[in-house]
Design a protein around this ligand. Structure first.
Ligand SMILES: [Zn+2]
Length: 267
């Protein structure tokens, strides 16, 4: 049987309680097809430590990332989800696309996703980097979506991570309660919808796919995160599968469980 393909989508700073069905129809379609699991992020609820935990399974104390400078990071010794998928089976191809450079940029701080230069040269690991911090996420998220659609459509990588940060950006600039945050959710949900269309297309040819969507923290109503308020620590994993059974997960898991559970699903 064809091996399982994994797509993990990261939507930075997404409050699920504000991602209502009318604002995020594709995310809700994924949940309706599959399962929703809750997670509670540990403080400080900052993107660097949050994604470092979600993408490696290491706790804050273990990976040493305390903020977005990555000073003190021990990530060089802690392989990420995609690297571990490759190490478990070197026949696997991987793909990562993000406009927040610390996650993927080989030239930047981090990156959380190991660069694996040999595999990149061999086109076994593809990385797409944009700089949303400089150029804004509205533009760069759309570019990431374009590249991810093309990358998934053409190559059908075995394990992928695609990340968008326009929702977080809107939360910081405008707060979470308002039209701008809602519009950013809808724009990002449309990006997700395009990826799900690619998955549908590839699955219609018989491929087996698991798609998961998660976030690293929420936002205060007025915008901002970092603390331990309920609306800020609330995270989730939405999962659905195509041509494959979906393992039942508990109603809530710890953020350190995400990577090992996804790797277990890959087999
Ligand atoms: Zn974040």
């Amino acid at each position: 049987m064809d091996r399982l393909h994994l797509l993990l989508v990261g939507i930075d700073g997404l409050r699920l309680d504000l991602a209502t069905e009318d604002r995020a129809p594709h995310l809700h379609g994924l949940i309706a097809r599959g399962e929703l699991t809750r997670m509670t992020m540990p403080a400080p609820t900052i993107s660097g430590p949050g994604w470092a935990t979600l993408l490696t399974g290491a706790s804050h104390a273990e990976h040493g990332v305390v903020d977005n400078t990555f000073v003190g990071s021990r990530l060089a010794a802690i392989p990420d989800l995609l690297s571990r998928a490759f190490f478990a089976d070197p026949a696997r191809t991987t793909f990562a696309a993000a406009a927040w450079p610390p996650l993927v940029d080989p030239a930047g701080v981090g990156p959380v996703i190991h660069t694996r230069d040999e595999q990149r040269r061999a086109e076994r690991h593809r990385v797409v980097v944009r700089d949303g911090e400089t150029y804004g996420y509205r533009t760069t998220d759309a570019e990431i979506a374009d590249f991810a659609v093309a990358g998934l459509f053409a190559a059908g990588p075995d394990a992928s991570f695609v990340y968008w940060s326009g929702v977080d950006e809107a939360g910081h600039v405008h707060g979470a309660v308002g039209a701008e945050y809602a519009a950013a959710i809808t724009r990002t949900d449309a990006h997700l919808g395009r990826l799900l269309q690619v998955v549908e297309h590839r699955a219609s040819a018989g491929e087996r796919w698991l798609v998961a969507v998660t976030t690293d923290h929420g936002h205060l109503d007025g915008g901002g995160h970092g603390g331990a308020e309920p609306e800020v620590v609330a995270s989730f994993v939405a999962r659905a599968a195509w041509n494959a059974p979906l393992a039942g997960w508990p109603a809530a898991i710890d953020p350190t469980e995400l990577t090992p559970r996804l790797l277990a699903a890959l087999g």
